[in-house]
Design a protein around this ligand. Structure first.
Ligand code: PRP
Length: 219
């Protein structure tokens, strides 16, 4: 029996679709209900539906053998697990964003910056680790774009997908911090103890991802 932790919502739906293409019967996982554990004894797969930020926790502690979760969550949570596959969907960028006037290096000229974000660890690693600059990080829980508009911070660190939220609020990408997409993660003990189930699954998923990427290149 393999337990797979999925991030509730769109990532879970796309992960299930991919697993089905890879030949795994996910009828149980597609059940429309409020159940959080979806299990089909015939397939040997059990799905748990978790908040995205909790998926790495379930996998690190072995409550789930595998998980599908965004790279943003992995970077922020910093859990001990194996990241084995980039699934290629859920693509977006983690960016420093703010008023257009701060583009082209002008951001670097502002001392003692305040940065609003839902991702304090990613923000710290970027400004302190990469840019060698100390900033004040202000933790927010959503609608982060408000912060520079209302004078709470000079910039934000947040996910940019279509860019529409930034555009409609008169903000722009200033720097890119990381490319984000959905990843498969595996518990370190399960990788050894259940390798006869996990490794073939990773390979089948890898094949499907390659097919998906080929199709994208063709179109
Ligand atoms: C995310 C993110 C941005 C927006 C980016 O917010 O935090 O606000 O999506 O998408 P876009 O570039 O396509 O406009 P989410 O919808 O998760 O809500 P939140 O603001 O409550 O975090």
């Amino acid at each position: 029996m393999l337990t797979i932790a999925l991030s509730k919502g769109r990532l879970a739906e796309q992960a299930i679709e991919l697993l089905e293409k890879a030949g795994y019967d996910c009828t149980a996982a597609k059940e429309k209900s409020r159940k959080l554990i979806l299990e089909d004894p015939n397939t040997g797969l059990r799905f748990i539906l978790a908040k995205p930020a909790d998926v790495p926790t379930y996998v690190e502690y072995g409550a789930a053998d595998l998980g599908v979760v965004g790279k943003d969550t992995l970077l922020e949570e910093g859990r001990q697990l194996y990241e084995v596959l980039d699934l290629g969907f859920g693509r977006c960028k983690m960016c420093v964003a703010g008023p257009k006037e701060l583009k082209d290096g002008k951001l670097d000229k502002i001392p003692n910056k305040r940065v609003g974000t839902k991702y304090p660890n990613i923000t710290r690693a970027y400004f302190e680790g990469v840019k060698k600059e100390s900033v004040e990080i202000i933790k927010l829980n959503g609608s982060v774009e408000l912060a520079p508009l209302i004078g709470l911070s000079e910039v934000i660190v947040d996910i940019v997908e279509s860019g529409r939220t930034l555009f409609e609020n008169g903000l722009d990408v200033i720097e890119t911090v990381a490319d984000i997409s959905a990843r498969v993660v595996v518990n370190r003990v399960s990788m050894n103890m259940k390798s006869d189930e996990i490794r073939p699954m990773i390979e089948k998923l890898r094949e499907q991802v390659a097919i998906m990427n080929d199709k994208k290149e063709e179109s």
